[in-house]
Design a protein around this ligand. Structure first.
Ligand code: EPU
Length: 460
């Protein structure tokens, strides 16, 4: 297992390119597999979750080819197996999207239940209820969801609670159903809009994505299309916080300003200067100077579905607030996602958690310590804390960080950080999984040999 050794105290300065959105790409990959023929997705991050999804789709007969640096070709015309492989699906919750794909294309789906994970219990009951409403017979047997529907039929579905995954899955299923499906209380995340754009390019009839009512008129078949994924608003937010905690001045490149307005407002409230400086560039400038006791102001934040403050930036924000000049209150309303604060405490943070709320009392300094990343965003939070801590922090569980951040140490080091990846023995580990992916040669035609990094445990 690799580790990151982070020597804190370096101010981040420079430009950082932001990748395509991992969570969007996972939905786009499955969407592309709905089509008959080869679709192209650009701006694909080379992270482990993309690799896991690629493995699963190939097992179902979908052809997936990766072309460095950021393109995937996906052809669903040979999709022929209705049972999804157990291990990779258990590892990544988004793999449950193949249920919608299989029901729509083959009228039958056997998909392992994704199960619980480091973010607490994460049921798929809304997905299942939605499939049933569309006319599928759904049963749970031996850890698998078994669903069957020779023809799915459009209907109105009210989703109990705004859910990204449910909206993705039901859009997939409804696109090839007979008649019209109306999803009420649908998720409004930019990733949903991105999926709807690809679907429509493939010949689907989806209206209203980005609002809480989405109308999908089923079509008999979808054709291939080309699409560029939106920028990763969570990666962008993570680098904003990394710059903020180090008193840095960085420009985020290739981002969509409209997608992270709430995090921007909160960071501005804390005293960070954030400005749009170009169509896809955002400047982040922080006044922090710990040696002169110049610190950020505390802020109170509650996570919420888009356009609220994203749960995926809750952990990075708490890391940032551990050094603020006062007490912040952070309420998590989406997941059970506070276990990582024990690791921050090892670094000297003062965080008290009661149920869904963390009370973060800012301290004057953090100190490096051995810590463990428990999930993807918790790992990002530890990296942020480590960048400002005195001395060296050793972060294990880096594979979890690799699930959603391409080239994290290379990007940070290009901004002036001191981050080294080492292997079990402490020897420098140069090839991060995404880098080894980037060195893979593209194939002249579709090939199952073109591989992404091996799948990895835990769930996002
Ligand atoms: N929920 C249910 N039943 C369901 C589905 C959801 O109770 O059938 C609950 C969840 O437990 C949660 C809430 O509804 O309390 C919202 O969950 P949602 O379905 O929106 O989450 P998700 O689709 O599983 C995606 C992202 C997460 C992100 C959340 C919230 C992907 C692949 N994952 O998860 O991303 O935190 O939306 O925005 O898109 C990450 O990237 O680190 C990550 C965890």
């Amino acid at each position: 297992m690799a580790r990151l050794l982070v020597t804190g105290g370096k101010r981040l300065v420079g430009e950082v390119p932001i990748n395509g959105a991992k969570n969007s790409v996972l939905a786009l990959m499955v969407t592309a597999a709905l089509g008959q023929g080869e679709s192209v997705i650009d701006n694909v991050p080379y992270d482990r979750d993309v690799a896991t999804m690629s493995t699963i789709l190939k097992e179902l007969g979908v052809r997936v080819a990766f072309e460095p640096p950021h393109r995937l070709r996906i052809d669903g015309s040979q999709l022929n197996r209705s049972t999804a492989p157990y291990e990779p699906v258990r590892q990544m919750r988004a793999s449950f999207y193949v249920a919608g794909l299989l029901l729509a294309r083959l009228g039958k789906a056997e998909v392992p239940l994704p199960g619980g994970c480091q973010l607490g219990s994460r049921p798929v009951d809304f997905h299942l209820r939605g499939f049933e409403a569309l006319g599928a017979k759904v049963q749970i047997e031996h850890g698998f969801m078994k669903a069957e529907a020779p023809r799915l039929r459009g209907t109105s579905i009210f989703i109990n609670r705004s859910s990204v995954g449910t909206t993705v899955n039901l859009m997939l299923a409804a696109s090839l159903a007979d008649g019209v499906t109306v999803l009420e209380n649908a998720a409004k995340e930019p990733e949903i809009v991105d999926q709807a754009i690809l679907l429509n390019q493939m010949g689907a009839r989806v209206r209203g994505a980005g609002t809480d009512v989405i109308r999908i008129e089923g079509v008999p078949q979808l054709h291939p299309a080309e699409h560029t994924a939106i920028p990763d608003r969570i990666e962008a937010g993570t680098y904003m916080m990394a710059a903020a905690i180090t008193g840095g001045r960085i420009v985020l490149e290739d981002v969509e300003w409209e997608h992270f307005r709430t995090p921007v407002v909160k960071l501005q409230e804390a005293g960070v200067r954030i400005e749009r400086v170009g169509p896809t560039q955002v400047l982040v400038e922080s006044p922090v100077n710990l040696s002169r006791d110049v610190r950020l102001r505390p802020v109170d934040v509650e996570t919420a579905p888009y356009p609220g403050f994203p749960t995926d930036l809750q952990q990075p924000l708490v890391a940032l607030l551990t050094l603020a000049d006062g007490t912040s209150v952070v309420r998590e309303t989406i997941f059970d996602r506070f276990r990582y604060v024990d690791e921050l405490r090892r670094m000297g943070a003062d965080v008290r958690v009661e149920r869904d709320t963390a009370v973060v009392r800012g301290v004057r300094r953090l100190t490096g310590a051995p810590v463990e990343a428990m999930d993807l965003r918790a790992g990002a939070a530890l990296v942020i804390a480590a960048l400002a801590a005195e001395g060296q922090t050793r972060i294990s569980g880096v594979e979890l960080i690799d699930r959603g951040y391409e080239h994290i140490e290379a990007k940070l080091n290009a901004l002036g950080a001191d981050v080294v990846r080492v292997d079990d023995e402490g020897a420098p580990a140069s090839a991060t999984p995404p880098a080894s992916l980037a060195s893979a040669q593209s194939e002249p035609s579709m090939s199952t040999n073109t591989s992404l990094p091996a799948p990895n445990p835990s769930q996002a």
